[in-house]
Design a protein around this ligand. Structure first.
Ligand code: NG1
Ligand code: ZN
Length: 531
């Protein structure tokens, strides 16, 4: 095994003077710099599979909302969840081994440290997004699998959540927790079947425009539409996956959330009262928006989705008579708008955790039904296995209870339990809007966002910024938090925090206040203190 790894590793040498880090979104940098990393990730994925007795591990080659020239890679654990944290460190060690010999030593160390029986089988399923560097990187990944003798299953171009779904299906096959048919079609059938049941008898609230960010969400949404038929009127926009430079360019969820603007390609297309949504480059983030009657753009972000969905589920749990047996909770990060936290806290328990989907996901697992969304549109709803069993076994005493129960059971099928999926989340939002007969305006009126500002500050060393209390307070550099507290106190409804980014070499400053100019001023003053 080691001889073969060495031969292949020499084909994919590590560039000198570059340090890689498996961060909250896996490895991510210029696609041209990732060949050696992805080769090594292939070997790592196979070792993880061997460690877990031949269970299938997933690998997705994507850089999500980043520019087209970037790329990245994430590993998926057997239940379709993100890679266990301890192995993130192993991934970083593998990626940074300076030579093929050093890489072999790293492999030997891991085998010994993690007590891996290398004679076990290894299975890896993988996919990529639409980036031009994808095919070359997939070839490097395949070399990694060949080098160690792992069985690979190439899923071609797929969204991140589809790959997570596939991993869960493959590993749960034949168990009593079977998750679904292990194909993209199987997933689309599952989603569309549950959606149709949930909207039976409801009137869809008009055409929904779906901005696909010129990425992998486009072909997937097209396939989904075939399964949805006339159950929902959808129109896809920004579907140019073959156009160079188009991916995430002036479109997509990140563009809309960050610039708080309509993608220029939709201006003149989206009419007053009409709503649209944007996916990101790997279709795991979703942002909604609409034009109000004065033709102004209004954003409906991840916090608004959480508010809409959590309140809907709480009502269904009450209506089905399961209030005492199923607890619903929401998980947010410090970036959640203060108004959303207030709205949600008045209705159900809300927990704040550090940034990054894995923290939200784990915290959501502590509830029977855990709703989590980042403000930027990453999120899903988790039903615990006890809750799912309770739903299936419950015998309601009235027809109204039965209807609510059926809706909850169908929601467990509609919502991706492994990771947030923009398309599944979109259908979820549409279900709630149809049930409540809400337009964008009514949804928006659940609460009014506090004006807020997010700025990036480039600092000499972001590692000196250390936080506590779910990243809401700084413990280092010493004395800085006290200065921030003094400043924040001067602003009506002021809230601000500073944290180092996990994906970029910057420090992020977030600020909100009752009035727009104050939120802006607070953000810039805090940035001044940080710089
Ligand atoms: P960082 O760069 O650590 O702030 C960003 C997002 C996270 C999450 C990750 C992973 C913000 C402020 N931060 O993390 O929410 O989505 O990327 O993609 O949006
Ligand atoms: Zn993404």
């Amino acid at each position: 095994m080691y001889d073969s790894i060495k031969v292949y590793a020499d084909l994919h040498p590590k560039p000198v003077n570059i340090q890689y880090q498996y961060g909250t979104a896996g490895f991510r940098t210029l696609g041209a710099l990732l060949e050696s990393v992805i080769f090594r990730v292939g070997v790592l994925a196979a070792l993880r599979s061997k460690k877990l007795d031949g269970k299938t591990i997933g690998v997705v080659v994507t850089a999500s909302h980043n520019p087209e020239q970037d790329n990245g890679v994430k590993l998926v654990d057997p239940r379709g969840e993100m890679l266990e944290s301890a192995w993130e460190g192993h991934a970083t060690t593998f990626a940074n081994a300076p030579s093929s010999d050093a890489f072999i030593v790293a492999v030997e160390n891991l085998v010994e440290f993690a007590k891996i029986d290398v004679s076990k089988p290894a299975k890896v399923v993988y996919a990529r997004d639409t980036r031009p560097t994808g095919p070359l990187l997939i070839a490097a990944l395949e070399d990694g699998l060949k080098a160690i003798g792992a069985e690979g299953r190439n899923e071609g171009v797929k969204t991140t959540p589809v790959l997570h779904y596939l991993v869960r299906c493959i590993n749960s096959k034949g168990t009593d927790e079977e998750y679904g048919v292990d194909s993209e079609d199987g997933y689309m059938k599952k989603l569309s079947g549950a959606f149709r049941k949930l909207v039976t008898g409801k009137t869809p609230s008009g055409l929904l425009i779906v901005d696909c960010a010129n990425g992998v969400g486009a072909p997937t949404a097209e396939l989904l539409m075939q399964y949805l038929g006339d159950s929902i009127p959808l129109k896809l926009a920004n579907t140019a996956i073959a156009t160079e430079g188009a991916l995430n360019n002036a479109c997509g969820a990140d563009y809309v959330k960050t610039s708080q603007k309509l993608p220029p390609s939709l201006s003149g297309v989206l009419r007053a009262g009409q709503r649209a949504c944007s996916l990101d480059g790997d279709a795991d983030r979703l942002i909604y928006y609409y034009m109000n009657e004065r033709n102004q753009f209004r954003l409906l972000d991840g916090d608004k989705i959480a508010a809409l969905v959590a309140a809907f589920i709480v009502d269904l749990v009450k209506l089905s008579g399961l209030e005492d047996r199923i607890d619903v909770g929401v998980v947010q990060t410090a970036y959640a708008n203060g108004a959303s936290t207030k709205y949600l806290s008045e209705r159900l328990p809300v927990k704040c955790v550090p940034t990054g989907v894995k923290h939200l996901h784990h915290a959501a697992e502590h509830y029977s039904v855990g709703v989590y969304f980042e403000a930027n549109g990453h999120g899903t709803v988790l039903f615990s296995s006890t809750a799912t069993t309770t739903l299936i076994k419950h015998r309601p005493s009235t027809p109204a209870q039965q209807t609510a129960l059926n809706h909850l059971i169908n929601l467990t099928e509609l919502i991706n339990q492994t990771v947030g999926d923009a398309l599944s989340d979109m259908l979820l939002v549409e279900v709630v809007l149809a049930h409540k007969s809400f337009s964008g305006l009514e949804w928006d009126s659940l609460y009014s966002d506090l004006p807020n500002r997010l700025v990036k500050v480039v600092v000499k060393d972001r590692n000196i910024f250390k936080t506590e209390d779910a990243e809401r307070r700084l413990v280092s550099p010493p004395g800085l938090q006290q200065k921030l507290d003094e400043l924040i106190r001067k602003y009506d409804g002021g809230r601000s925090f500073v944290r180092p980014s996990g994906t970029e070499d910057v420090v992020r400053v977030y600020a909100e206040a009752i009035l727009r100019p104050q939120a802006d001023e607070l953000a810039f003053k805090v940035a001044g203190l940080v710089y």
